[in-house]
Design a protein around this ligand. Sequence first.
Ligand SMILES: *[C@@H]1O[C@H](CO)[C@@H](O)[C@H](O)[C@H]1NC(C)=O
Ligand SMILES: *[C@@H]1O[C@H](CO)[C@@H](O)[C@H](O)[C@H]1NC(C)=O
Ligand SMILES: *[C@@H]1O[C@H](CO)[C@@H](O)[C@H](O)[C@H]1NC(C)=O
Ligand SMILES: *[C@@H]1O[C@H](CO)[C@@H](O)[C@H](O)[C@H]1NC(C)=O
Ligand SMILES: *[C@@H]1O[C@H](CO)[C@@H](O)[C@H](O)[C@H]1NC(C)=O
Ligand SMILES: *[C@@H]1O[C@H](CO)[C@@H](O)[C@H](O)[C@H]1NC(C)=O
Ligand SMILES: *[C@@H]1O[C@H](CO)[C@@H](O)[C@H](O)[C@H]1NC(C)=O
Ligand SMILES: *[C@@H]1O[C@H](CO)[C@@H](O)[C@H](O)[C@H]1NC(C)=O
Ligand SMILES: *[C@@H]1O[C@H](CO)[C@@H](O)[C@H](O)[C@H]1NC(C)=O
Ligand SMILES: *[C@@H]1O[C@H](CO)[C@@H](O)[C@H](O)[C@H]1NC(C)=O
Length: 461
Amino acid sequence: MSPSKSLLIGAIGLLASVEASTIPNSRSNQHKSGYTSSLIATQFGMVFDAPVTIGNQSFQLLVDTGSSDTYVMQDGFTCIDSTENMVIPQDECLYSNKTYHKSRSHRHVPGEMFGIEYGAGIASGEMAYEDVSLNGLSVKGQKVAIANVSTPMGDKGVNSGLLGLAYPALSSAHPANHTNNETYWYDRMAYDPVLFTMQQNGLIDPYFSLALARTPQNASRGFGGYLTLGGLPPVKHSSKFSSVPVKILDSIPKNITSGLHARAYWASTVSSVSYGPSSGGKLKTNSTSFKFFLDSGNYIQYLPSAIANPINDLFDPPAKYVEGYEGFVVDCSAKTPKFGLTLGNQTFFHNGRDLIYQTDDGTCISNIAPSESVPLLKQLDINILGVPFLKNVVAVFDFGENEMRFAKRLESNMTTSGSSGSSGSATPTPSFSSGTKSIQKISWIETVLASAVFAAGTMVF
Ligand SMILES: *[C@@H]1O[C@H](CO)[C@@H](O)[C@H](O)[C@H]1NC(C)=O
Ligand SMILES: *[C@@H]1O[C@H](CO)[C@@H](O)[C@H](O)[C@H]1NC(C)=O
Ligand SMILES: *[C@@H]1O[C@H](CO)[C@@H](O)[C@H](O)[C@H]1NC(C)=O
Ligand SMILES: *[C@@H]1O[C@H](CO)[C@@H](O)[C@H](O)[C@H]1NC(C)=O
Ligand SMILES: *[C@@H]1O[C@H](CO)[C@@H](O)[C@H](O)[C@H]1NC(C)=O
Ligand SMILES: *[C@@H]1O[C@H](CO)[C@@H](O)[C@H](O)[C@H]1NC(C)=O
Ligand SMILES: *[C@@H]1O[C@H](CO)[C@@H](O)[C@H](O)[C@H]1NC(C)=O
Ligand SMILES: *[C@@H]1O[C@H](CO)[C@@H](O)[C@H](O)[C@H]1NC(C)=O
Ligand SMILES: *[C@@H]1O[C@H](CO)[C@@H](O)[C@H](O)[C@H]1NC(C)=O
Ligand SMILES: *[C@@H]1O[C@H](CO)[C@@H](O)[C@H](O)[C@H]1NC(C)=O
């Protein structure tokens, strides 16, 4: 599958890292082991960044199960406004000011370029072979993207790019003569993303896991949880895992997956949904199954409107649909509905605190929105689960068995441990309520919602 495989040199063994546990992985002990890093939560718990070393330089990169490339912004990159195509100051791209400069291990990949379009924007640049270290494991000559052009996609100065954790078929290298930035979904040359290379080099078993942490509603940054390679994260969870197969989405045209009929997104099926009022009242169950993909780069969950609308009505006071941006605004201190998703043989309920996001200006939005409001999702008959769900489970992404496994978290307030960010006690207290004020500030929300749509999935045709 990977044209680059023969050029990959192989692993150089383990680099110790302060942020990574270095307990070696072994099949006999695989549930306790693996290679872990602590994440940083930014943007009020919407975005999660992991430490990654490229060449000799370390960066925070957005952890994205909804795409497959790892890109880092290069020194002197050009920031382009996404609507007018105007060059704007670099800091308006919102990335960290830590950018990549060519190291001695950098080698240009001849005949290729990088170009990608996410829901949130566009990035492009060169494909390069570089040494990549993640969670204490290193790969020499991994294909990565070094971006010299981007629209604003950073998180106010923490991350410098993105770590793509989906399948090879979604990777977005192109022939070097691909200059049209409106067709980055097509004409792709698939390669193996970093975790696939690590597995082929025998560094890890073929899976990774996520346990995202919950930050207080009004905290812009904090400890973000864990990403573990070839093992499970160090959080308390039920010993019972539910599993679902990773599916090939037939609705996605093959011309965006390098012509391959292959797994691309972490996609599967929700078999039923249960919801009801915060207290009292009976739970309703809708047992019509629907397809989804799981996207750690997306903090809004897009569900069938027949599910999303009644759940938004069950906030107290109810969340209000706002025309024009296809999302729901909600009182920051609203009582939240009960909401569970059945995946495999278990139903996973959301902690109510994960159903409301406070934005920068104090306005709150519901993170459940109707898929039908996004033409593309409607067209493809697909839904998105993301950050809210992931805060309630240990999620295992297994590209060996091609399945996802989920276990309930027992320590649901994981805001106190870890090495990065704030370590205050869990504060389940929405301290301010925006009420009607929120509606006046819609333009900001509009921007947020627009950029949240596939905040990192590549699927606009
Ligand atoms: C896309 O291409 C157009 C036309 O060449 C150019 O003006 C624009 O800056 C490019 N935008 C990005 C984000 O690459
Ligand atoms: C990067 O940003 C930080 C914080 O904003 C600032 O302290 C530092 O001086 C900046 N570094 C460079 C090289 O501009
Ligand atoms: C990385 O390597 C380059 C080239 O060898 C060197 O100029 C630079 O100072 C190094 N950077 C770090 C952070 O070690
Ligand atoms: C980005 O890098 C590519 C080569 O990798 C080059 O062709 C292009 O001109 C550069 N664009 C900008 C805006 O620096
Ligand atoms: C790029 O080059 C290849 C091989 O010469 C050619 O088939 C293809 O049409 C070219 N693509 C573009 C966008 O020019
Ligand atoms: C639930 O599914 C898991 C994973 O497929 C399986 O190991 C377990 O036996 C199932 N439990 C029940 C009660 O069916
Ligand atoms: C990609 O495939 C779809 C469905 O097969 C087709 O409608 C579309 O025109 C194709 N796009 C390109 C750019 O090839
Ligand atoms: C259940 O959800 C489906 C969409 O997944 C919808 O078509 C159907 O109308 C819903 N049923 C009820 C009773 O709400
Ligand atoms: C966890 O959060 C709940 C409220 O959701 C609170 O009642 C409980 O005390 C918290 N537990 C810890 C250990 O902070
Ligand atoms: C967040 O809310 C808590 C509880 O009301 C308050 O103590 C804290 O100062 C607030 N923090 C920020 C950053 O506003």
